[in-house]
Design a protein around this ligand. Structure first.
Ligand SMILES: [Mg+2]
Length: 385
């Protein structure tokens, strides 16, 4: 059967730890972890051998040693990762017409047009797994599906060294049993709120019994969340996406811990950036909020939207939530920044026609007078449904 659309997602298994073993094969099978030394170091990546002891990335190294005294701690080796990444990019560039590397060890490949050559997506998946292993010595897990969200979740549930195909029509059934947190756009806070309501799986999001609380929780986003939960996802694979972003940041005259003020600053950035997106016919699939505190420590938080957006009132709740999660009590901040990332051509049908007209009219005013003159809060919500 020829698929209407076919996308492969690939994710290298425990990339940094595996890279250390590629460099020194005598480490194979040992409880390898990459990270900084105690007392202040953090685990950046854990091999599967060390994960068996409960060691996880982002864990303090001290804690990792407590769980696994025999841990083999390796310092990070950025040039090695960069070299392996370039070798993998060369492989995917040779095999696929369009590949989008979203991080140093994750990619999406558009394989719809390869079906004539490779009618079986499992065979395509094996081909790329073997080619990456031959070029680098790294193992990866591949998910194939009609959209990016399902392909990624499929791969995430079959690590390491996995290969999973979710055939057209099986998306909703596959997603139904997965935890809600697996869905992009559902972070730890929303996940906890859903759990307190009694929702555990992606399938629960489609259950009409929860219509009322879900509408309350997600507002207009619920429509997209549910489309994603059904596995309906039209986000395209865009080559070289990792380099495509727009951002704004500012350093304050006086350090501040005023959340309302920080929100106003980021909201202002968003208005300008979203207007630029629309003028360029682009949409952003993800955002990053960055803060620098009075001790010059930089923290940031990334969030993905269920689908690419360029209408700021739809984007704002996610950004506001990221800011709230990022802010620490009793901390003063000297800089705030916002980046719109994973830019893609704006999908058609992003707005209904009436709303598009209203946005067009406002964009014309923004283009003439600047975003500070007019925000898009003015497009009435009642027109959205
Ligand atoms: Mg990985």
């Amino acid at each position: 059967m020829r698929w209407p659309r076919q996308i492969l997602f690939g994710d290298v298994d425990a990339m940094f730890a595996s890279a250390a073993i590629v460099k020194d094969p005598s480490l194979a099978g040992k409880p390898v972890a990459v990270g900084g030394p105690p007392p202040r170091g953090i685990i950046a990546a854990a091999s599967y051998a060390v994960r068996a002891f409960g060691v996880r990335s982002a864990m303090p190294t001290v804690e990792a040693f407590r769980l696994c005294p025999g841990i083999v701690l390796i310092p990070p080796d950025r040039p090695l990762y960069r070299r392996l990444h370039e070798q993998m990019q060369a492989v995917t560039g040779r095999l696929f017409p369009v590949t989008e590397w979203t991080s140093i060890d994750e990619f999406y490949a558009e394989t719809t047009d390869l079906q004539t050559l490779y009618p079986d997506p499992a065979a395509t998946g094996r081909l790329v797994k073997e080619a990456i292993f031959a070029a680098t010595g790294l193992r990866c897990t591949i998910g194939a599906a009609t959209g990016k969200i399902v392909a990624k979740i499929a791969a995430d549930t079959n690590k390491p060294d996995g290969l999973v195909v979710v055939s057209p029509g099986m998306e909703a059934a596959f997603l139904a049993g997965q935890p809600v947190r697996a869905l992009p756009g559902i972070g730890p806070k929303t996940g906890a709120r859903l759990q307190s309501l009694g929702l555990r799986t992606i399938g629960d999001l489609l259950d009409e019994r929860w219509d009322q609380p879900l509408r309350h929780l997600f507002g207009p986003r619920l429509h997209w969340i549910r489309e994603a939960a059904r596995g309906l996802d039209h986000e395209p694979v865009v080559a070289d996406r990792e380099s495509k972003s727009m951002s704004h940041e500012t350093t304050f005259e006086h350090d501040t811990r005023d959340r309302v003020y920080l929100e106003q600053v980021l909201h202002g950035f968003l208005r300008t950036l979203a207007a630029e997106l629309r003028q360029d016919g682009l949409a952003a699939a993800a955002i990053a909020v960055k803060l620098k505190d009075s001790h010059f420590t930089i923290t940031s938080r990334q969030r993905r939207f269920p689908r690419p957006l360029n209408y700021d009132p739809d984007m704002w709740p996610t950004i506001r939530q990221a800011l709230q999660e990022l802010m620490k009590p009793a901390t003063f901040y000297r800089l705030a920044g916002l980046a719109l990332t994973s830019l893609t051509p704006a999908p058609s049908g992003l707005f209904d026609q009436r709303r598009s007209k209203a946005i067009e009219a406002m964009d014309a005013i923004i283009a003439r007078h600047g975003a500070t003159v007019m925000g898009l809060g003015g497009v009435s919500k009642s027109e959205e449904e």
